[in-house]
Design a protein around this ligand. Structure first.
Ligand code: CAP
Ligand code: MG
Length: 417
């Protein structure tokens, strides 16, 4: 077994191969074929020294194929992995293969995992989302428009009472979902259990007043057993959603939470804080497209995928990732994409033009920074998505919705820098 045994440029993948697309720059003195062979070897069952194992372990070996130049030094390479290499249903084991040591090899100057084509058997070994975009009608009253979410701002530091009050005002103003920020968990100024109890009480009042179902994306991110305990606490108190910082908590922890939320009938909102450590540099790492694929297999119902470049954060191919999250994957549920980060009513029409209405729209500063406060900010955002649904221009709807007019005066129709 040598590196070249892992290369067959005319290889035809079989239907049960996991096929990964990589973009790489070969290391010094190596050709693209040399580098590709090393990627396939080191990510399956080879190593730097020639091996002569007695048993037939070649059946677990990956094959690099389809090498093509995409620039002066960059090459696209596909690698086909046999199903038997993997532990079905285990994301960490699969990632330790396809996104493991190879990202640190000298044989490549840079390497990025761009995309994966999942075989049925492997995809079906995962639960997928429990609800997906079905949350819009099964758990909310937002089937005919984007569901709206808001994170109280400032991100952390509000007391529990202040947090619940902001939630109440946003819900009454027309938002469907209150959402914890990614770094709000169980701090002394706003303890988890108290926050859940008081916010869900405020939720119930807002539901009575509006006649609409209101929900709360409660951040349960913590040590794994504690996350499971917190999910049970939320379900016991009548909550239907939990939020997990999936990248910082990790794929194993997410799989554990997903197993428990199935019994609890609770949906999972995936925040992707730290994703940029993997996907920000275009020539290296793991693409957000792949992170979103792992999250769908693991079973999240919503995931942040960006604002198509309109908001305050850098994004990678939001529309393409969203299309994959809605695509058929052997019957697994879809995932509802979440647009968030620097959004306000003045750019909602551009956002929905770019991404379509089958997304969740989250605005924190774009609601709580409204000159007239949270409830007015919520009314303005709600009016902006309803105007789009009804085919009416923002400026025209603003004539009948003063809160929207104020928002347009305050923020205009461009995204923040
Ligand atoms: C947005 C947000 C979200 C980001 C996450 C924030 O607040 O709460 O965490 O959108 O990024 O903390 O910045 P604003 P992404 O609405 O006030 O901007 O959605 O790209 O994963
Ligand atoms: Mg946040």
């Amino acid at each position: 077994m040598e590196y070249d045994d892992f290369l067959d440029e005319s290889y035809e993948p079989t239907e049960d191969n996991l096929v990964c697309a990589f973009r790489l720059v070969p290391g010094a003195g190596l050709s693209a074929a040399d580098a590709a062979a090393r990627v396939a070897s080191e990510s399956s069952n080879g190593t730097w020294a020639a091996l002569s194992p007695d048993s037939d372990v070649r059946r677990y070996s990956a094959t690099a194929f389809d090498i093509s130049g995409v620039g002066e030094h960059e090459f696209d390479v596909r690698v086909a992995y046999p199903l038997e290499l993997f532990e079905e249903g285990s994301l960490p084991q699969i990632l330790s293969c396809i996104a493991g040591n190879i990202l640190g090899m000298k044989a490549v100057e840079t390497i990025r995992l761009l995309d994966c084509a999942w075989p049925e058997a492997l995809a079906q070994s995962f639960p997928g989302p429990q609800f997906g975009s079905g949350v819009r009608s099964e758990l909310l009253d937002a089937a005919d428009r984007p569901p709206l979410a808001t994170v109280p701002k400032p991100k952390v530091g509000l007391s529990t009472a202040e947090h619940a009050q902001v939630g109440y005002e946003a819900w009454v103003g027309g938002v469907d979902l209150l959402k914890d920020d990614e770094n709000l968990t169980d701090q002394s100024f706003n303890p988890f259990e108290q926050r859940v109890a008081e916010s869900l009480e405020a939720r119930d009042r807002a539901e009575d007043e509006t006649g609409e179902r209101k929900e709360y994306l409660i951040n349960i991110t913590a040590e794994t057993d504690e996350m499971v305990r917190r999910a049970e606490f939320v379900a016991d108190r009548g909550g239907s959603f939990v939020m997990v910082d999936i990248v910082t908590a990790g794929w194993s922890a997410l799989q554990t939470v997903r197993r428990r939320t199935e019994d609890l009938g609770v949906a999972i909102h995936a925040h992707r804080a730290m994703h940029a450590a993997f996907d920000r540099l275009p020539q290296h790492g793991v693409s957000m497209r792949c992170l979103a694929q792992f999250a769908r297999l693991a079973g999240v119902d919503h995931i942040h995928t960006g604002t198509a470049g309109l908001g305050k954060l850098e994004n990678e191919d939001t529309a393409g990732i969203n299309a994959w999250l809605r695509s058929d994957l052997y019957g697994l549920n879809d995932v509802l994409p979440v647009a968030s980060g620097g959004l306000h009513p003045g750019i909602v029409d551009q956002l929905l033009d770019a991404l379509g209405p089958d997304i969740m729209v989250q605005a924190g500063g774009g609601i709580h920074g409204h000159p007239d406060g949270t409830e007015a900010g919520a009314r303005a955002l709600r009016a902006s998505v309803e105007a789009y649904r009804d085919g009416e221009a923002l400026q025209s709807r603003a004539k009948s919705v003063p809160e929207l007019e104020t928002a347009l005066e305050a923020w205009g129709t461009e995204g923040p820098r």
